[in-house]
Design a protein around this ligand. Structure first.
Ligand code: HEC
Length: 391
């Protein structure tokens, strides 16, 4: 806040020597605008927290050896968005599956905002971005968009009925909703709609970069019902999307066959997750309106084409929730997926990402699944997973 300071000073000198009251006013202004804790020292914060990887002048040549180079800010061209808001989100949540950590807990919001602005000054002058009317931006609340989605990966298919949920963490969650399944996650700007007049079939152009692919973008059903040891994939029929208190998600009903009445209702909430060890995302499922007693099974994550690195349990640091079950899978040419799950209201059987549990008629159960994506699996990550908060 240097701007108002020059003002009384100039009027003072223009009219001769400053009056006593003007002098006092000046002193008060000088005192109140002296650099204080309220004004973060962005260059200093950058040197301390970012320069080891990004280099002192932001050229990407820091002192820390990385398998994957940190971004040079000097040539611009940000993959995850170059607006101060997008940069703020990247700095807050980190980038899943890369060494770029989240500073959510280690730096204050004011410090992260100051760094976001500072990073923009390191690059070439930013051309004035004309915000197209067709671009939907997530600001301080989540947003959703429905429409046709192109294939999220070369191995995946297009989905005429797609849904994108943009969260304030800067991650967007891409779903098919003909039979509800999470296809993958993007980071960066939200979405461009190529046609605002069409209803339903409007093609969507997601703007973020894919940071996570669920089973190559072609995932099987998440929930299965178990009869005599046989697991039958359940059909998930979309009901609606929702935005509430800064959170967003969707609701659907699970069916055993197209003709049966629904077995239960699922409300799923999604959000980003960032921490020192790595970033990723959370899914919170509320399983309710259970029509008749049943047994459900889920596998998070499925090993698929990946390599299983381990399974284990951790206990809730607060001792409130049951043990979390973890499964670690390395994807070919991808990050390491560390997936933890915990059930509240039901007792799971099974180990290592495979959870099987009974749901009495009329019961409600909460399932929390956290996915942390890290470039490498090591002891430090394993220790860090113990601290991951669940609900
Ligand atoms: C441990 C190393 C490390 C540290 C510390 C680090 N970064 Fe990064 N950062 C990276 C890497 C690696 C990438 C590139 C990730 C990728 O492959 O896309 C990155 C990417 C970014 C991006 C995204 C650029 C884009 O393409 O959109 C921003 C912004 C960023 N860092 C800002 C910061 C700031 C600000 C700090 C300090 C508060 C910081 N980083 C600290 C390693 C680091």
């Amino acid at each position: 806040m240097r701007m108002p300071l020059s003002h009384p000073l100039r009027t003072g000198t223009a009219s001769g020597s400053p009056s006593r009251s003007q002098g006092l006013l000046l002193a008060v202004l000088l005192l109140s605008s002296a650099p204080t804790a309220q004004e973060p020292d962005a260059p200093g914060l950058f040197l301390a927290n970012c320069a080891p990887c990004h280099g002192e002048n932001g050229d990407g040549h820091g002192t820390t050896k990385l398998d994957r180079p940190a971004r040079s800010f000097r040539d611009g061209g940000f993959s995850y968005g170059n607006t101060p808001e997008a940069l703020f989100r990247t700095i807050t949540g980190g980038i899943p599956g890369t060494p770029m950590p989240g500073f959510d807990t280690s730096l204050s919001e004011a410090e992260r905002r100051a760094l976001a602005n500072y990073v923009t000054t390191l690059g070439p002058a930013r051309r004035e971005v004309r915000t197209e009317e067709t671009v939907l931006v997530v600001e301080d609340r989540p947003a959703v968009a429905f429409g046709l989605l192109g294939p999220i990966s070369p191995r995946a298919e297009a989905h005429p009925r797609g849904l994108l949920i943009g969260t304030t963490s800067g991650l967007s969650f891409e779903y098919r909703i003909d039979d509800v399944r999470l296809l993958g996650i993007r980071q960066g700007e939200f979405v461009e709609r190529t046609d605002w007049t069409g209803r339903g079939g409007t093609p969507l152009k997601p703007l973020g970069k894919v940071v996570y692919l669920n089973e190559g973008g072609n995932p099987p059903a998440l929930f299965r019902s178990v009869h005599d040891g046989n697991a039958v994939p359940l059909i998930a029929r979309f009901e609606r999307s929702w935005i509430r208190n800064g959170h967003a998600g969707l609701a659907y009903r699970l069916f055993e066959t197209r003709d049966d009445p629904p077995l239960l209702r699922v409300e799923e909430g999604v959000d980003g997750y960032g921490s020192r060890i790595g970033s990723g995302f959370r899914r919170h499922f509320i399983l309710g309106e259970v029509r008749e007693a049943c047994r459900l099974a889920i596998e998070v994550p499925r090993t698929g084409d990946g390599e299983k690195l381990g399974t284990f349990f951790t206990v809730d640091p607060d001792g409130v929730y049951p043990a979390r079950s973890w499964k670690i899978v390395r994807r070919p040419e991808g990050p390491v997926e560390c997936v933890g799950a915990v059930l509240d209201g039901a007792f799971p059987e099974g180990v290592g990402g495979h959870l099987e549990f009974a749901l009495p008629a009329g019961s409600t159960v909460h399932l929390y699944v956290v996915t942390v994506l890290v470039p490498e699996w090591n002891e430090e990550v394993r220790r860090g997973l113990r601290e991951v908060p669940f609900p």
